[in-house]
Design a protein around this ligand. Structure first.
Ligand SMILES: Cc1cc2nc3c(=O)[nH]c(=O)nc-3n(C[C@H](O)[C@H](O)[C@H](O)COP(=O)(O)O)c2cc1C
Length: 294
């Protein structure tokens, strides 16, 4: 094998922790080189990385409304694994005909990962990755500090390492998984069209928080600009961080990472949705789910 890659979009860090643990453990188990590709910040998504035969890519994204985050999806869909399909085999393709091994990994904030894992698997398969394993891990919810609080914790990360070591073992004992016929890893979820989760609050009212943006308490804000540098959409004005010029995906990075606690979302429907989620899923301990090729 060549490179073992942790590739992730992770505004509040949970997804990154999980896939980094996996990829590092896999690299240690196999003696391969470890590579980290963090595509959270806008400047890191200018061009899509490309992989080939014998690369192993742990590909992590958070679940947003039951799906792969939609504004980032086109970028994910341009990352190639280069497995050629039988009819178009061209042995001159960089990376050969066998393609990269891909491990789709999603994290979710204690409610459900719905169709996100199957969607990520399908994106990877369509792009020529050979998915041989997959995982869904609970991780602290972007909206909350009580939903899946502190996850992934030490136990989760040990499990992530064990998962990666097991995949290394499976690939060692089944070299045919690296080439030739391939069956995508089976994971829960509906086939296309994938379903978005529809958040409702009291009286069954569905919410639409697409235009909601964080507010800044200017008595706390020091204007350090950290929030602007951390915004995955590059939407916060660096000269005046109290202004969100463009779209907000509610990822929570600016709120959770502001050293002064100056950012918050005060929208009524957002807060009501958060309250209901905390009420229903706050005391639930979800387990990571791991899927292997058998
Ligand atoms: C817009 C948005 C929608 C979300 N939708 C879901 C969801 O449908 N189910 C769920 O359990 N968690 C949901 N979450 C929570 C994230 O999936 C979870 O916190 C994730 O682990 C965050 O990853 P990160 O720490 O790498 O940013 C959502 C978060 C955001 C920002």
């Amino acid at each position: 094998m060549k490179n073992v890659v942790a590739l992730f979009f992770s505004p509040t860090g949970g997804t990154g922790k999980v896939v980094k643990s996996m990829a590092r453990a896999f690299a240690t188990a196999t003696g391969c080189d470890y590579l980290e590709i963090d595509v959270t910040l806008p400047g890191t998504r200018d061009s899509a990385p490309e992989f080939g035969a014998n690369d192993v890519v742990f590909f992590g994204v958070p679940v947003y409304i039951g799906r792969v985050p939609n504004l980032i999806r086109p970028f994910f869909a341009s990352i190639k694994g280069n497995r050629a399909i039988a009819e178009t085999v061209d042995e001159t393709i960089d990376g050969g005909i066998d393609g990269a091994i891909g491990i789709p990994v999603v994290t979710y904030g204690n409610r459900s990962y719905d169709d996100a894992l199957i969607e990520l698997r399908d994106i990877m398969e369509e792009n020529g990755f050979r998915t041989v394993a997959a995982a869904a891990f609970p991780a602290e919810h972007s909206f909350s500090t009580t939903l899946a609080r502190g996850r992934p914790d030490e136990k989760d990360l040990l499990l992530a390492e064990e998962f990666a070591k097991k995949i290394a073992e499976i690939l060692k004992n089944n070299p045919h998984y690296l080439c030739g016929d391939h069956t995508p890893i089976a994971v829960p979820g509906n086939p296309p069209p994938y379903t978005y989760y529809k958040a409702v609050i009291s009286d069954n009212k569905s919410i639409d928080i697409r235009k909601v943006k964080p507010l800044t308490d200017i008595s706390k804000c020091t204007g350090c600009g950290l929030c602007a540098r951390l915004c995955p959409m590059g939407s916060i004005n660096i000269s005046d961080p109290s202004i969100t010029d463009r779209i907000c995906i509610k990822c929570g990075a600016c709120i959770k990472k502001c050293p002064q606690g100056a950012k918050s979302i005060t929208d009524h429907d957002y807060l009501e949705h958060k309250r209901l989620l905390e009420e229903e899923y706050g005391n639930v301990i979800k387990k990571a789910e791991l899927f292997y090729t058998t």
